[in-house]
Design a protein around this ligand. Structure first.
Ligand SMILES: *Cc1c(COP(=O)(O)O)cnc(C)c1O
Length: 397
């Protein structure tokens, strides 16, 4: 753009199609704008207690929960430091960028990491998980870590199958599940699936601003916590239990809870949790129909090659060989004001990602897909035109 030409200022609201953070409903935004209160004020405690009960319903647990002022990474770290000791081993099920980041965190904390490798486009083989656990006869592995929904690749890993593999191997390790980009979008059943630590965050399916995260903790994990020796203070669950809210070492971020109360009302009362899952499935299907259509003529294709593991909250789209995904994202953002997610780690420049989680409906998805198609046309990316029609057909089905 020449210096004399001002940058084109897009009109209208931005279509925000990143897979996290996500769009915040206006009523949630307004609810977070609450005046300051003492966090021990009985009026706030009422809201707080209702939110904790609601979060447990969404996690489908009747066990424990601890919360932190910090993004999802904080809850990752809290789960490790509260459950493990220096030199312990964790088994990470490779899924993509997020499983690798979680493994790096474990290593930085002084924990040994063993990995079950996986093809990122097909996902981990549960037979290999069971074999790795069966081979660990002396039970060196203290925790198995799985990312329920790998946001970098658009793949859902069935946590119940991980539990089944652990049980089949007769292994006593704890099961840690990252549910950051699945909770409130895809079905997650902490107690039924025998998850010992479920890591969640505020800014994805829960439709809140970034900055609060939490861990659902099983009674079995609370026992393991008692003997864990990794250093901790702010994240220490024992310190939290001594606090009036049984969570948060330090000031409780009250505005999050006013927002969460409203988000829970939208999810549970206005729409219904099962309907929320169904909507995510419907919208996810529409996005996949569009991408599959585009893939003709050497167009972009679905990164995930395992239909039984398609993620209903995010789709990663693999660009044709030699075509940069970030250039397409740049066109979509600068010319048309549509924000798309980029490729993470080794997928940088190779994929772009469409988030379809949270506060989202058909026109938002169709608008995003239509604009991706428009951007492909203007950027000269090969594809089969008509992906939006395929999405409409999937939605009308
Ligand atoms: C977003 C995300 C994280 C990281 O959470 P932050 O809130 O960005 O710290 C971890 N795991 C998954 C699967 C995610 O989608």
């Amino acid at each position: 753009m020449s210096a004399t030409q001002p940058a084109r200022k897009p009109r209208g609201r931005q279509f925000f199609a990143n897979p996290g953070p996500t769009n915040i409903p206006d009523s949630v935004l307004l609810a977070t704008a609450h005046h300051t209160m003492d966090f021990n004020d009985p009026h706030f405690i009422e809201v707080y207690d209702a939110c904790i009960a609601g979060l447990k319903r969404i996690l489908k647990t009747q066990q424990n929960i601890f919360l932190y002022t910090g993004s999802g990474h904080a809850a990752w770290e809290a789960s490790f430091v509260n459950l493990l000791s220096p030199g312990d081993t964790v088994l990470i099920l490779e899924s993509g960028y997020f499983s690798i980041s979680w493994a790096k965190m474990a290593a930085d904390l002084g924990v040994e990491v063993q990995t079950v490798p996986a093809d990122w486009r097909r996902g981990v083989d549960m037979g290999a998980v069971q074999a790795a656990l069966a081979a660990d006869k002396s039970h060196v592995i203290k925790a198995v870590c799985v990312v329920h929904n790998e946001t970098a690749t658009g793949m859902m890993i069935p946590v119940n199958e991980v539990r089944a593999a652990m049980d089949a191997a007769g292994h006593p390790a704890l099961l840690l599940a990252d549910t950051i980009s699945s909770l409130g979008s895809l079905d997650f059943r902490m107690d039924e699936w025998g998850v010992d630590a479920a890591v969640g965050g505020s800014q994805k399916g829960l439709m809140l601003p970034t900055g609060m995260s939490f861990t659902g903790v099983s009674d079995k994990a609370m026992e393991a916590h008692k003997t864990s020796r990794l250093p901790k203070h702010y994240f220490n669950w024992t310190n939290m239990l001594a606090r009036p809210h049984k969570s948060f070492v330090g000031t409780v971020p009250i505005s999050f809870f006013y927002g969460l109360q409203e988000a829970l009302r939208l999810i549970e009362q206005e729409e219904g949790l099962e309907n929320v899952f169904a909507r995510h499935h419907r919208l996810g299907n529409a996005v996949r129909a569009a991408v599959q259509h585009w893939s003709g003529n050497n167009g972009p294709q679905l990164f995930c090659l395992n239909p039984s593991r398609y993620s209903d909250s995010v789709t990663a789209v693999l660009m044709p060989e030699g075509i940069n995904a970030d250039e397409l994202r740049g066109v979509a953002l600068k010319r048309y004001n549509v924000s798309l997610g980029g490729g993470l780690g080794p997928l940088g420049g190779k994929v772009f990602r469409i988030g379809h989680l949270g506060d989202l409906n058909e026109p938002m998805i169709l608008g995003t897909l239509a604009t991706v198609e428009l951007a492909m046309k203007t950027a000269g990316v090969p594809h089969t035109p008509g992906g939006v029609d395929a999405a409409i057909a999937a939605l009308a089905d």
